[in-house]
Design a protein around this ligand. Structure first.
Ligand SMILES: Nc1ncnc2c1ncn2[C@@H]1O[C@H](COP(=O)(O)OP(=O)(O)OP(=O)(O)O)[C@@H](O)[C@H]1O
Ligand SMILES: [Mg+2]
Length: 265
């Protein structure tokens, strides 16, 4: 089974062709780092996985179920499998952190107040923001808001996560904490994800480190070099509406293409 699959997808807005014959597959437990210039269609691709944008032609599958022409009602159970971390954070300003995270559970109405609060606590623990429960978004730093966005995306333990430039504008240390969350979800929970970014340092971290849970419950990060293992992260680079490159970090760096080398330096 693949987690996400695009087959020959084309999409134009008005006269502008954004995707032409775009194909890609993400496996369970895999992180796909998506690179590409501004306006190359990265956010559009994430919205297509959620069924928020429909392709003009081609087919899209989530966990092998075709979603291309599903109705809003039919998309509901699909969207439950997917957590999205939006490019702009997209928290509700008038709700506290706890209320923002609980939002989807409230809408669903399937779990009690106590269960909701317990889930919010667990998720805030996971993103290491235990004390932020009653704060409002305006009281948070940029990095904290991103982590709340991740916590909110994790409600319901979705097997698929979509991250839209989650480290943009963050200092390197905060960016690193976000990468560690993504790596933990990949290696300890087997989450499939698309990680859109312009942050090559973050991309390198995702491609070269893995998380291991110790018997005492602590999680340690190891580099691929010190432990011979395969880090389940691959790269896709978009250009002119299609895939210019797909492969490992190492092959990306060695590919003989001027655009890619300019992008990487
Ligand atoms: N709803 C829409 N209506 C019209 N044009 C759109 C719409 N959504 C996206 N576009 C256009 O599609 C192109 C791709 O947009 P998209 O947001 O996917 O780019 P991106 O790769 O995410 O860029 P960035 O790196 O700046 O976030 C852009 O030219 C954008 O103007
Ligand atoms: Mg975008």
């Amino acid at each position: 089974m693949s987690a996400i699959r695009f087959e020959n997808v084309c999409k134009s807005f008005d006269e502008k062709v954004v995707l032409r014959d775009f194909s890609m597959e993400v496996q369970p437990g895999e992180t796909k780092v998506m690179l590409g210039g501004g306006g190359s269609g990265k956010t559009t691709i994430l919205k297509m996985v959620l069924g928020l944008v429909k392709p003009d032609s081609g087919r899209i599958f989530v966990e092998d179920q075709e979603i291309t022409s599903l109705t809003e009602a039919e998309l509901m159970p699909i969207r439950k499998k997917i957590g999205m971390v939006f490019q702009e954070g997209a928290l509700f300003d008038s709700l506290t952190v706890g209320e923002n995270i609980a939002y989807r559970m409230r809408e669903d109405g399937t779990c009690s107040e106590e269960e909701q609060e317990e889930t919010v606590r667990q998720l805030l623990g996971f993103v290491e923001l235990r004390d932020a429960m009653d704060k409002f978004p305006a009281e948070l730093s940029g990095g904290m808001m991103r982590r709340v966005g991740i916590a909110r995306a994790l409600v319901g333990n979705p097997p698929i996560l979509l991250y839209d430039a989650p480290t943009a504008g963050l200092d390197p240390i905060t960016a690193r904490t976000i990468c560690e969350l993504v790596i933990k979800l990949r290696d300890l929970e087997g989450v499939a994800s698309i990680f859109v970014t312009h942050d090559l340092k973050a991309a390198k971290t995702l491609a070269s480190e893995f998380a291991e849970a110790q018997p005492n419950g602590e999680v340690v990060f190891k580099s691929e070099e010190e432990n011979l293992c395969l880090v389940n992260t691959h790269f896709v680079m978009l250009k002119d509406g299609t895939v210019l490159f797909e492969g490992t970090d190492e092959t990306l760096r060695n590919v003989n293409n001027e655009y890619i080398q300019d992008f990487l330096t």
